[in-house]
Design a protein around this ligand. Structure first.
Ligand SMILES: Nc1ncnc2c1ncn2[C@@H]1O[C@H](COP(=O)(O)OP(=O)(O)OP(=O)(O)O)[C@@H](O)[C@H]1O
Length: 245
């Protein structure tokens, strides 16, 4: 990757409540730029204080109205610009992390997981990952894919996929070459997105606070899902890449 960190911003459609109370949209996007307008407009003597503010990002995704075809960024556009490159680099041996940040209800889950009809980045990336593994014609190359899922709650690390269902605290250690790792964290083999989805659902049941519970407790619970892709060339371990969500 030319830049190690890329930042994308996405604006979602108004929800029912916002439509009902007549909210006004103050965000516009063009190419990689995001423009914020002052809600009071710019038609009086103080207007200069309320000039629009323009910010540049690696990507600005305008997803407010799918009828505005020339501007609308759908789920596949977001994957093509943010997910595909990460996958390509993982096959070259780089580690990668896609991290969604934003206030409650801003569209993180929709962008990352999406719905059955409108798949988000994670299912698309996993489908492409397993498709690439399945289509591999090079007999000297083989791939193995495993996943881990942990929760960090009150600075304690729990294994959400522990087959024994235990709740012991795991230790974070430092490997002299690979860096920090969680000692004893289970990793389970997967061969398609459905396997991954099932393990995520199982893991979510083991979280201290239900993932859907929006209260102050849930803000202390952080779940980290990782997919570890090991590429092996005949008799030679060539690379291990890890994705974090
Ligand atoms: N780009 C989008 N297009 C259509 N609907 C969207 C979009 N983004 C979000 N939504 C809808 O907005 C609502 C809130 O989105 P979502 O649950 O993804 O937010 P979130 O940031 O994950 O919230 P939380 O932090 O509370 O989990 C959902 O009903 C979702 O379907």
């Amino acid at each position: 990757m030319t830049d190690k960190v890329k930042v994308a911003v996405r604006v979602r459609p108004f929800n029912r409540r916002e439509v009902d109370i007549g909210k006004q949209c103050v965000v516009d996007m063009k190419d990689c730029q995001t423009v914020l307008y002052h809600p009071s407009g710019t038609h009086d003597k103080d207007s200069h204080k309320r000039a629009p503010k323009t910010f540049a990002f690696d990507h600005s995704f305008w997803s407010i109205d799918e009828n505005v075809k020339e501007k609308f960024a759908c789920q596949s556009t977001v994957y093509a610009r943010c997910g595909k490159e990460v996958l390509d680099k993982a096959f070259q041996g780089y580690n990668a992390c896609i991290f969604a940040y934003g206030q409650t209800g801003s569209g993180k889950s929709y962008t990352m997981m999406g719905t059955a009809e409108q798949k988000g980045i994670i299912p698309r990336l996993c489908d492409a990952l397993f498709e690439q593994i399945t289509n591999n014609q090079d007999e000297s190359l083989s791939y193995k894919c495993v996943v881990s899922y942990m929760e960090i709650y009150n600075e304690k690390v729990h294994d959400l996929l522990d087959p024994k269902g235990g709740r012991q605290n795991l230790r974070v250690r430092e490997h002299n070459i690979l860096g920090p790792y969680v000692d004893g964290l289970s990793s389970l083999a997967v061969s398609n997105f459905q396997d991954i989805d099932n393990l995520m659902s199982e893991g979510n049941k083991s979280r201290t606070v239900a993932a859907t519970n929006m209260n102050s407790e849930s803000s202390r619970s952080h779940a980290v899902f990782s997919i570890i892709l090991t590429t092996t060339m005949t008799d030679l371990q060539s690379g291990v890449s890890e994705f974090f969500f």
